[in-house]
Design a protein around this ligand. Structure first.
Ligand SMILES: Nc1ncnc2c1ncn2[C@@H]1O[C@H](COP(=O)(O)OP(=O)(O)OP(=O)(O)O)[C@@H](O)[C@H]1O
Ligand SMILES: CC(=O)N[C@H]1[C@@H]2OC[C@@H](O2)[C@@H](O)[C@@H]1O[C@H](C)C(=O)O
Length: 401
């Protein structure tokens, strides 16, 4: 038998595994690296976050990814080169983080690598006859495994699509295993470039667990912060707080079929781009809006569309007073969080940090949990086969030699 297959077999039988989860999201701010100690599987999954670090992307690396990111037309050679380069770079950063934490790679069982989404194309979005849901993450797992010297699971979204999902949000799987609490209805709200949430019923009934993207989180705010300032984002929402919301522009921004599509649904910066905002400005005759007012309106747009999606689910399910736990970079923006709290007066609010997982690390931890499930799970996760939440494990295996 291949010794690495033998090793994998042994890893699957261990009472607990050390798994490094990696996430590089739509914000392109950096690679989130989470060293997790995970025992059990499924509903018995227990996670201890041992170490966490975000390795920031330098501007040239960001620009290089932006050249192919969420674009219909690209330089195909560049995409091909990036697939190898991102994988290798992510693998090197894993090795570097482990060294910094004083952890021998031989003591780590698995790496769980999301890769970099370069294009997300659910059918509802591309609407091309004859094509189904599709999504593309690059940074091939073989390069991560070779650089880190650790067996790597990657490319988690394809099996989700193969079984009827849109390839996202995958958060529901980790959220259900890690954060379900008997007797407490919970909403796990993540605000990255794109925002999404998971509803976890206090009944623990997996068949009513629910997840969806809601639209933009920070992606538009970041795009205009970069245009107006020399910073990558509107720190603590300072610009937005200094501006006035423009009602006409807000209405134009909210006028898109995505917001009336049934749940669950997913989207990305392919739709919510600077061009999207420019079109809304043209329709609302607000092309000359002041920068702070534009930022205030974009923040309100994210907050309202998040709150409206949550309200819709609460109303449909007769859920009165859920606890909302926030995560992702948007949880650091008081304009976003303050507006959402004001729009959802029946909810109580906290960060996922209160549940033992730092909000900035949550998505990287998710991929560690998905890898754990793929290797050690019993395969009996049952989300009631709801459309968009297939009951499958995910991730492909790369040996390191
Ligand atoms: N102090 C802060 N004030 C305002 N915004 C902040 C702050 N800190 C982080 N952010 C926002 O959070 C973003 C990064 O969030 P995060 O890392 O969760 O996104 P991501 O994982 O790349 O996206 P996604 O979840 O859509 O894939 C930054 O680009 C910025 O917009
Ligand atoms: C295709 C893709 O990369 N989608 C991301 C993105 O970032 C947030 C939101 O859009 C979410 O649907 C997803 O990531 C998280 C980790 C998820 O799958 O749950």
């Amino acid at each position: 038998m291949n010794p690495q297959l033998q090793r994998l077999y042994a890893i699957a039988q261990k009472p607990e595994r050390r798994i490094v989860g990696l996430m590089s999201g739509t914000s392109l701010d950096g690679l989130d690296v989470a060293l997790c100690r995970i025992s059990g599987s499924g509903g018995q999954t227990r996670v201890v976050l041992e170490q966490f670090e975000t390795v920031p992307y330098g501007e040239p690396f960001k620009d290089s990814i932006r050249a192919v990111f969420a674009k219909k037309q690209i330089d195909f050679e560049h995409l091909t080169l990036l697939n190898e380069q991102i994988g290798r770079q992510h693998g090197r950063w894993v090795a570097q983080c482990l060294k910094g934490w004083g952890v021998d790679p031989a003591e780590v069982d698995l790496v769980a690598s999301h890769g970099q989404t370069v294009y997300h194309a659910p059918q509802q979005q591309h609407r091309r006859p004859g094509y189904l849901n599709a999504t593309l993450q690059i940074g091939d797992g073989d390069h991560v495994a070779a650089e880190a010297g650790i067996i790597t699971l990657s490319d988690f979204r394809q099996r989700h699509i193969a079984h009827g999902g849109e390839g996202a949000p995958l958060a529901v799987y980790g959220d259900y295993f890690m954060f379900s609490q008997a007797g407490e209805d919970r909403i796990l709200l993540n605000m990255g470039g794109i925002a999404n949430f998971t509803y976890l019923p206090g009944s623990l009934d997996a068949s009513v667990v629910f997840t969806t993207d809601t639209g933009p989180g920070n992606t538009l705010l970041d795009a205009y912060a970069r245009q107006f300032t020399d910073k990558p984002y509107d720190e603590d929402g300072q610009m937005a707080a200094a501006g006035e919301v423009n009602g006409a522009l807000l209405d134009a921004l909210k006028d898109h079929p995505f917001f009336v599509q049934p749940f669950p649904k997913t989207t990305g910066p392919e739709v919510f781009s600077r061009e999207y905002v420019q079109n809304a400005q043209q329709h609302s005759h607000t092309e000359t809006i002041a920068p702070n007012d534009l930022m205030a309106t974009l923040a309100r747009f994210s907050a309202e569309t998040i709150a409206q999606s949550i309200t819709q689910i609460l109303t449909q399910g007769g859920i009165a007073h859920p606890h909302v736990y926030m995560s992702g970079g948007g949880a650091h923006n008081p304009v976003l969080t303050g507006t959402i709290e004001a729009l959802l007066p029946g909810c109580t609010f906290a960060k996922t940090d209160a549940l033992g997982i730092a909000g900035d690390a949550k998505e990287a931890v998710l991929f560690a949990v998905l890898a754990n499930e793929a290797i050690a799970g019993t395969g009996d996760i049952n989300f009631g086969n709801r459309q968009g939440v297939p009951s499958v494990s995910m991730g492909k295996i790369s040996f390191y030699k």
